[in-house]
Design a protein around this ligand. Structure first.
Ligand code: FAD
Ligand code: NA7
Length: 455
């Protein structure tokens, strides 16, 4: 009987998984039946940008957390697909910090190259996953969102790739119920222009807070106050931006902070992170974790400890993204294809514990980067993911951290990052990020914009 593999989600992780299987098929492997369930009507996950917030046209929670003017916040050389370098997609080198549309185009380009769309059932939400009653395989119930028809099918393997930056973590502060302005979570942030001339309060001190605060100021907001809980980001912010300790509460439009200071505020963006949520997984199969570098219960960060026929992709907090997703997908593929034998449960548990003990000893961003690079190198050593210079990517990330500390406004203008796949150094972009208001692919890459997807 043909084996059946369910992949849940057609974002970068789900597409990486489909691509990995197609790569094996090209090399002559006998690949099982692949069915990828995607609740949106197109692929790309978070990169399938939508103006929508709240509920979608089917009444489903909107998955997207991407915003209109997002530019990559890390150098693209640290996320390059080893089997599909940027130069292959764009026909030559492009700068290192592309806007959203450019990165999305790169992701879609590889998916089109291997024609993985044929495996995807769009507008189909997974509603329930459990072990089949006879203990053989998994029973999956899905709903076709256009017909509202529910069906249940059986699969030998399940690969969960639904991301974890979609369900917002939304704290409340005293006085929010009487604040006479907009309060939103970064999940619902779309267009920075909305906040033109408004005095903004951003709560949080991680990637979303940094980027949304800067972006709003870039597109003409009034003064931006960033409130941190544990530690300030500490960048040398431009005029009109500052960091203060945690918000105590709002009194009308007046924000009170725990250091006793106050600011007048017109709108509040909560950049307070996301929750890992898997409402459709039976309790015994459900991953429970916070946003960390080595989630519990996943051997090699991928295989469900109790039952490796269930796999999760991309569940880690992320320095590395696409490269990590690829190596995870390659390893998952090799397990499904019977090319990779896993040790017994006790050895798997010991391995997870060792990685988690090391994670607990990490001291700062450089340690984090090395830890995640080691995770990727570990996976790459188990499979035939194409060779790339992972040590170079460690150096790239560390240089990037220095560049951010040196100047948070100009780090995206840096050039000369070397591709770990082709060895080519990136050119400088023609316009400084801080003044580049047009983020379209046509403006960013000029004649390198792939003709098929522009216009
Ligand atoms: P997602 O992209 O979230 O895709 C998951 C897919 O699963 C979605 O298509 C969703 O519709 C589908 N799905 C969910 N539930 C179901 C269900 N029940 N049934 C069927 N389908 C379902 N990374 C970078 O490399 N560079 C960046 O610049 C960058 N910027 C980011 C900016 C923001 C605001 C955020 C939130 C993240 C950013 N990331 C960035 C990180 C991001 O996590 C990855 O780039 C990537 O999108 C993760 O891919 P994924 O496939 O794991 O998840
Ligand atoms: P992160 O990286 O998970 O960060 C969440 C931030 O929210 C972090 O600074 C937290 O502070 C802060 N937080 C969480 N709860 C609270 C409360 N109750 N009060 C104040 N502050 C709080 O999420 P991001 O959205 O920044 O980044 C996620 C991804 O999106 C990232 O990979 C990027 O690619 C884009 P803490 O430090 O814990 O005190």
């Amino acid at each position: 009987m043909t084996q059946r593999v369910a992949i849940i989600g057609a974002g970068p992780c789900g597409l990486a998984q489909l691509n990995a299987f197609e790569q094996a098929r090209e090399a002559g492997a006998d690949v099982p039946e692949l069915v990828c369930f995607e609740k949106q009507d197109d692929w790309g996950g978070l990169w399938n940008y939508s103006w929508r917030t709240g509920l979608d046209e089917h009444g489903e929670p909107v998955h997207g957390s991407m915003y209109r003017y997002l530019w990559s916040n890390g150098p693209k050389e640290a996320l390059e697909f080893a089997d599909y370098p940027f130069e292959e997609h764009f026909g030559g080198p492009i700068p290192s910090f592309p806007p959203r549309e450019v990165l999305a185009d790169y992701i879609f380009g590889r998916a089109e190259k291997r024609d993985v769309r044929r495996h995807i059932r769009f507008s189909t939400a997974v509603r329930w996953v459990e072990r089949s009653a006879d203990g053989k395989g998994f029973s999956i119930t899905v709903e076709d969102l256009t017909t509202r028809e529910k069906t249940t099918e059986t699969f030998d393997h399940v690969i969960v790739a639904i991301g974890h930056f979609s369900v917002p973590n939304v704290p409340e502060f005293p006085g929010f119920d009487r604040f006479p302005g907009r309060i939103l979570h970064s999940h619902d942030f779309r267009d920075a222009v909305e906040f033109e001339n408004q005095r903004l309060l951003v709560v949080g001190s991680s990637y979303s807070a940094e980027d949304i605060a800067l972006q709003c100021r870039k597109y003409g907001s009034g003064p931006v106050t960033i409130s941190y809980r544990t530690a300030a980001m500490g960048f040398d912010w431009p005029e009109g931006m500052e960091e203060v300790p945690l918000l105590k509460g709002m009194d009308g439009k007046t924000a009170h902070f725990v250091d006793g200071s106050t600011r007048e505020i017109d709108a509040i963006v909560l950049c307070t992170g996301y929750q890992h949520q898997f409402p459709f997984m039976a309790d015994t199969l459900k991953l429970r974790t916070a946003n960390r570098l080595y989630p519990a219960d996943l051997y090699k960060g991928v295989f469900w400890l109790e039952d490796p026929d269930l796999m999760y992709l991309g569940m880690q907090d992320q320095y590395y993204t696409f490269t990590m997703f690829d190596t995870e997908a390659w390893v998952a593929r090799d397990y499904v294809l019977g090319r990779l034998a896993l040790p017994d449960r006790s050895e798997r548990a010991t391995d997870i514990a060792l990685w988690q003990q090391r994670e607990e000893r990490l001291d700062g961003a450089f340690d984090d980067i090395d830890f995640q690079a080691d995770h990727i190198a570990d996976l790459a050593s188990m499979t035939d993911y194409p060779a790339f210079d992972i040590d170079l990517t460690r150096d790239i990330f560390k240089a990037w951290e220095h560049h951010k500390d040196a100047n948070i406004l100009t780090y995206r203008d840096r050039a000369g990052f070397t591709s770990p796949c082709t060895g080519t150094a990136s050119p400088a972009h023609h316009t400084d990020w801080w003044v580049a208001l047009d983020d379209s692919m046509a403006t960013y890459v000029g004649e390198r914009a792939p003709a098929s997807r522009t216009g």
